[in-house]
Design a binder for this molecule. Structure first.
Ligand code: NAP
Length: 293
């Protein structure tokens, strides 16, 4: 079982995930571009590395949880990156959402150094990250996946191995496009309700009793009623994920008409300054379009 872990990326998701690993007794070294976010973890028993290379040199497994594909390239292959500190026998696991191409490239690069690479993006936001109830979607070497089950079991309620590198990434995009489309659908229902003069709280209570009452409706209800959307999952990341899903769709000739349309709403929301808000702020964008704001 892997004991010494290195963790890169202490954003909204990385912080609660590392906290769980430390509480579970793992030996964890952390690196974050903005060092001030890493410092509180020293008091919890983590070591802090000054670069991805330094981090990689002292651990069995490196885990990355960063914004996007460009950032992943930077921390893996940039100056002082993980690749420059890796040795044969180590494993690198990316848990960010970056799509299939960056992870396939990374798998090839690390294999050339005798290291293994898994992608293991997650479904579930900050709440499930805190509770250890993420769903983990894995692609890459099956033996490496099995060897890291103890890590995945601390972070998630379930993990699924989809096959070769890229397939975990594709599974994540399939699930996330449903999330973005669904929250646009919920928002459109609320906009129609407001325009027709329905009480929003009563409408949400009614929706919660119907067949379309997904857990996310209950989860987002307090922020909808408060009309405040601090980011758990930033809207800019959802917009990125739509782009990645549509890229795969283009390559595979999958026709995704609703996804294409919803993507444009998120593009507009981001262009209108809502990118750093929670993705539920797609409601704000639709309210503006309907003249409600
Ligand atoms: P976040 O809060 O925006 O954090 C991004 C992390 O990436 C931070 O640690 C940031 O470092 C680092 N980073 C950004 N640019 C960098 C660069 N050029 N070099 C080095 N590090 C850089 O993102 P998050 O919400 O934790 O999400 C992380 C990933 O998980 C994303 O791919 C997202 O799509 C995915 N995801 C998120 C959620 C969610 O609900 N939040 C759920 C499922 C999947 P600094 O602190 O220095 O900025």
């Amino acid at each position: 079982m892997t004991k010494k872990l290195g963790w890169i990326g202490l954003g909204n998701m990385g912080q609660p995930m590392v906290t769980r690993l430390l509480n579970a007794g793992f030996d964890v070294t952390v690196y974050n571009r903005t060092r001030s976010k890493a410092e509180p973890f020293a008091a919890m028993g983590a070591k802090i590395a000054d670069s991805p290379r330094e981090l990689a040199a002292g651990v069995d497994t490196v885990i990355t949880m960063v914004s996007d594909g460009e950032t992943l390239e930077e921390v893996l292959f940039g100056e002082g990156g993980v690749l420059s500190g890796i040795t044969a026998g180590q494993t690198v696991i990316d848990m960010s959402t970056v799509g299939p191409e960056p992870v396939q490239k990374a798998a090839t690069e690390f294999a050339a150094r005798g290291a293994k690479f898994l992608e293991a993006p997650v479904s579930g936001s900050v709440g499930p990250a805190k509770d250890g109830t993420l769903v983990i979607l894995v692609g890459g070497d099956e033996a490496a996946y099995e060897a890291h089950k103890p890590v995945f079991d601390v972070l998630g309620k379930a993990s699924f191995h989809f096959g070769e590198n890229g397939q975990g990434a594709n599974a994540k995009l399939a699930i996330n496009l449903m999330l973005g489309v669904f929250l646009q659908g919920l928002s459109e229902a609320l906009v129609l309700g407001s325009k027709a003069g329905l009480d929003r709280e009563t409408l949400l209570k009614a929706i919660a009793q119907t067949a379309v009452a997904a857990p996310i409706v209950l989860g987002k209800t307090p922020s909808i009623l408060a009309d405040e959307f601090p980011a758990a999952f930033a809207l800019k990341h959802m917009e990125k994920d739509f782009g990645l899903a549509l890229h795969t769709a283009k390559k595979t000739e999958a026709s995704l008409p609703v996804t294409s349309s919803a993507h444009q709403t998120y593009v507009a929301a981001k262009a209108n300054g809502l990118g750093d808000h929670d993705l539920m702020a797609v409601l704000t964008q639709l309210e503006r379009m309907a003249g409600l704001k």
